[in-house]
Every structure is written in structure tokens, then in C-alpha cells.
Design a protein around this ligand. Structure first.
Ligand code: UT7
Length: 325
């Protein structure tokens, strides 16, 4: 049976030039390089310059993905941009990227699922492509998380960074088997009862300010391990594969210990897990596409490889995507 699949044409990334080390943060709050490294695996993060907006980061990542794929912006029908830190309350940051790329047609909108945002955006774009409502899609994850951090709260300010990554997809015919190239499955979940464990204490309808991140880290950690396992099991179950079939685990990069526990669960050796948390920290919706761009760019991820992505974040939201590259 012939079906439409969303095949990967290329990917790209952009990181702000300014790097902030753990040692630099230890001068601002009561923390240490040893604590941050041991508890999270983070050694540094990139922070956007003043006036450098989420749309700027997104545009650079999108241009790099288009170059990588050899595609003109005019061929793109759809931009889905996952972000928690849009330039403005409205319009969608995706429309600024659309204009920045010189596009005069197609559709562009944002998705908000915090750290799961990229997996959500990928699922939405995949569904548009599979029903034929678009042929070519740019899926972007981009954040300037530094703008919603309380730089005096050591529980949160050491954990996050800024950046953007983009994936270019095009609908192509497949026979429906797991050897097809393209997005094989996406699984999305949310449970709004967990609001208080991870949220921002502001917004246009509540305080009229952007607010700051608040997190009960230990609780989020405890739930993350269980919920990510649920998302990963859903992907494996639906596709009739085992951990041994996975070429690359590309997880959301929140904490090295969470990533290791997922690797152990899948019996994956460390060299099959793409890690960027040490250099990027947690870039929320940008972390997976940044990791994809790095591993595809340096030749680790090759056409035909099976790539499993998973993420969990505020809401709670969580999910997985299985892609034959
Ligand atoms: O991407 C969205 C999803 N987010 C996540 O997945 C994050 C999940 N959570 C985590 O990654 C971890 O829970 C954290 C890294 C946030 C915290 O690590 P932890 O091992 O769970 O530490 P904890 O929260 O239990 O805190 C242990 C101690 C506390 O001190 P007391 O109460 O034991 O005296 C904290 O006050 O560490 C203290 N602490 C710090 N110490 C130095 C918290 N933050 C810091 C810090 N530097 N930056």
C-alpha cells in the first residue's frame, strides 16, 4: 500500500556566539562548576545577545537547513515553530521567520509545548504532510530561554541556554513499512495536573509580564523518567522494533542523568546517544533539532538510520518520534 511519509531533506542550527561557563555563573549565584556538572552534565550554555530575538535565531537555523537541503525558501509550504519564548505575544514568531526568508506564500504558526515543543511541532507538520495539506515543511525549535530566567535563582538559572534548530521535511511516497524513509510515528501526551511543578509565573492574561521559570526540579526529574519511558515504549511498540534496532537516540537535553537512564532502558551503548547537554544546556524546544543538526552534520546520522527522539517538559507534556533518516 502506498502512503505519504514526511522525509527528512536537511537540517540546520544556530547558537548565539556568547558562551557562559559554570564558573561564570558561580560568580553570580551560590553554585559551583562541580555541582552543576555532577547533577546535570552541563558545562556551559550559549546566551543570546541583547536585541537578538528568537526569530533571529530561528531564521539562521532555517537558512542553514535550506542550504543543507538545497531547497529554496519559495518551495516551503508550512513553517511550524516550537517556542516558549516568542518575540511577541502575537503574531507568531513563525510568521517573522516566513517574512525573513522572503516567503510570500504558505502558512506559518507557533506551537507551545515547552521542552516537548519540537516533538509536538514535528507531529503537527508530519500530519499536514501526510494528508497532503502541505508538501514541504520547515519544523523549527527555537528559544531565548535566558529571557525568562530569574538570574538569582540557582535552582533554574544554571540549567538553561538559548539556540535554534530546524528540520526540513517533504512528503514522499512510501509503502508503509518500517524500512520507509521518513517519520514513522509520533506519540504525544500531556497532563495539565502537573502545572505547579514547572511553569512561568507570568503571561499576558495573568500578570501582563513575561514572568520567570519556576520548577520543582526533583519532582520533574521523577516524572520525566517514567513519562519518557512511556513515550519511548509507545514508539517501539507501534513500530515492532527493539532497542537494538535504534541507530541513534536523540533525546531532549535537560539532564545527563535522565538521558543515561533512557539509554540504559533501551540497552543502548553511550556512543549511540547524541549528547549536547554539556555544551548547550537545556535549550527547551531547540535541544532536539540542535542535536540532530550536530549529529547529521558530522556524519554520525546517515540516510537510512533509525532515529528515536523523546522529550518531556512543562504542562506536563511529553512525547516521542521515530524517524528513518
Ligand atoms: O526540560 C524540562 C524538564 N526539566 C527537567 O527535566 C529537569 C529535571 N530535574 C533535574 O534535572 C534535577 O532535579 C535538577 C538538576 C534540577 C536538580 O538536581 P537534584 O539532584 O534533583 O537536586 P535537588 O533539587 O534535590 O537539590 C539538591 C540540593 C538542594 O540543597 P539541600 O536542600 O539538599 O540543602 C538544593 O538547594 O542542591 C541544591 N541546589 C544547588 N546547589 C548548588 C539546587 N540548585 C543548586 C545549584 N548549585 N545550582
Amino acid at each position: 500500500m502506498t502512503i505519504l511519509r514526511s522525509q527528512v531533506l536537511g537540517c540546520g542550527a544556530y547558537l548565539p556566539s556568547r558562551i557562559v561557563t559554570n564558573a561564570e555563573l558561580a560568580e553570580r549565584v551560590e553554585t559551583s562548576d562541580a555541582w552543576i556538572t555532577q547533577r546535570t552534565g552541563i558545562r556551559q550554555r550559549h546566551i543570546a545577545a541583547e536585541g537578538e530575538l528568537t526569530s533571529d535565531l530561528s531564521l539562521r537555523a532555517a537558512e542553514s537547513a535550506l542550504r543543507n537541503a538545497g531547497i529554496e525558501a519559495g518551495e516551503v509550504d508550512l513553517i511550524v515553530l516550537a517556542t516558549t519564548t516568542p518575540d511577541e505575544t502575537f503574531p507568531a514568531t513563525a510568521t517573522r521567520v516566513q517574512a525573513g526568508l522572503g516567503m510570500t506564500r504558505g502558512m506559518a504558526f507557533d506551537i507551545q509545548a515547552v521542552c516537548s515543543g519540537f516533538v509536538y511541532a514535528l507531529a503537527v507538520a508530519d500530519n499536514f504532510l501526510r494528508v497532503g495539506q502541505a508538501r514541504t515543511a520547515l519544523v523549527i525549535g527555537a528559544e531565548t530561554f535566558s529571557r525568562i530566567l530569574n538570574w538569582e535563582d540557582r535552582n533554574t538559572c544554571v540549567l538553561f541556554g538559548d539556540g535554534a534548530g530546524a528540520l526540513l521535511l517533504r512528503a514522499a511516497a512510501g509503502d508503509g513499512g518500517s524500512h520507509d524513509r521518513g517519520v514513522l510515528s509520533t506519540h504525544l501526551f500531556s497532563d495539565g495536573r502537573h502545572h505547579d511543578q514547572l511553569y512561568v509565573d507570568g503571561g499576558p492574561s495573568s500578570t501582563g509580564t513575561a514572568g520567570h521559570v519556576r520548577m520543582e526540579g526533583r519532582e520533574v526529574f521523577r516524572h520525566a523518567v517514567v513519562k519518557l519511558a512511556e513515550a519511548v515504549d509507545a514508539a517501539i511498540g507501534q513500530n515492532g522494533i527493539t532497542g537494538a534496532d535504534i541507530d541513534w537516540l536523540v533525546p531532549h537535553q535537560a539532564n545527563r542523568r535522565i538521558i543515561d537512564s533512557m539509554g540504559n532502558r533501551l540497552h543502548l551503548p553511550p556512543e549511540k546517544i547524541v549528547l549536547t547537554v554539556d555544551r548547550h544546556a537545556n535549550t527547551s524546544a531547540a535541544s532536539i533539532p540542535l542535536a540532530l543538526a550536530e549529529a547529521a552534520g558530522d556524519g554520525r546520522i546517515q540516510p537510512g538510520h533509525l532515529v528515536l527522539m523523546e522529550a518531556m517538559g512543562g504542562g506536563f507534556t511529553w512525547g516521542s518520534a521515530l524517524v528513518r533518516w
